[in-house]
Design a protein around this ligand. Sequence first.
Ligand code: AQP
Length: 331
Amino acid sequence: MKRIISGIQPTGNIHLGNYLGALRNWVNLQHMVESYFFVVDLHAITIHQDPVLLKKHNLQVAALYIAAGIDPTKSPIFIQSDVPAHTEVMWILSCHAPLGWLNRMTQYKDKTSTDKEREKLGLFAYPVLMAADILLYQVSHVPTGEDQKQHLELTRDLALSFNQKYGVNVFTVPEPHIIGAATRVMSLKDGTKKMSKSDPAEGSRLNLLDDDDTIRSKLKKAKTDSLPFPMDKDELQGRPDIANLLTIYSALTELPFEKIFQEFGGRNFSPFKEKLADICIAELSPIRHKYEKLMENPDYLKGILKEGAQKASTIAEKTLQKTKETLGLGV
Ligand code: AQP
């Protein structure tokens, strides 16, 4: 790995899925590779956002990155809209991206309503902006959760075909880096659905900022079934809610499933849920406390974001100029 970039949208409460699928991995990776992390606000507006809340969420997400362990003196943190090259390169890539490729994106299909006439162009073009976010930084890898795999494949295809068309290696072709024991954390209310910020059911997710009592109560109410706790992997078959809770437990404790079966197999779910709540609280409450301290000093956070945007712009501008040169734009 030479360089990585990744980000989270400021579309609501950052949850355990964002943490286990992305943020926690970034904290480890920053010590091994040059890293850039951004708050993805331009993507957030593909769905209506309250302007006052969006500004607040931008700062909150940045504070959470730091609270979770990202060191801004080592890895620049910035707000996507503070680096205009993202939208410029997005336009250039839009003129290169075949509609057929975009039509195949499943996340667009999941997020659209039935009223096609009112759908926004930005939501459809989302993966092209994501490609620009990545390709601008000439990264070798993009650490992400499982759900972004298809968008990353599109990014690779766009980079390869652009380079081929113009006969110049303008963009580095990035690899996905999908790691960790929980690359797809599911809803606590429905083990077949991804845990998501936009799920209207608050009890479907554990937010990084939930207080200890809320974490305990959400886990107590997490969906299980009337069978006893499984004794082995075979007894997990067809039980996605239980598999999800086990995945979370295993990801946070680094214990293999076998050890968890040994401790809880055959019993009812209460002791398991109690222990899982203790584990989640032990992981999340220090992050919450650190976050609260950081939010007391918004000027400090704004300073970090300004500096991060300056560092990011240095690389982004170079790629933008190279792209414009290749296309014959400007004089
Ligand atoms: N449930 C999840 N399990 C594992 N990883 C996840 N990620 C998101 N949900 C899960 C990873 O978190 C990073 C940031 O995601 P995002 O905010 O850019 O957008 P998203 O994937 O659309 O996340 P949400 O929570 O579902 O947001 P909304 O509801 O606003 O669309 C990505 O690396 C993602 O893989």
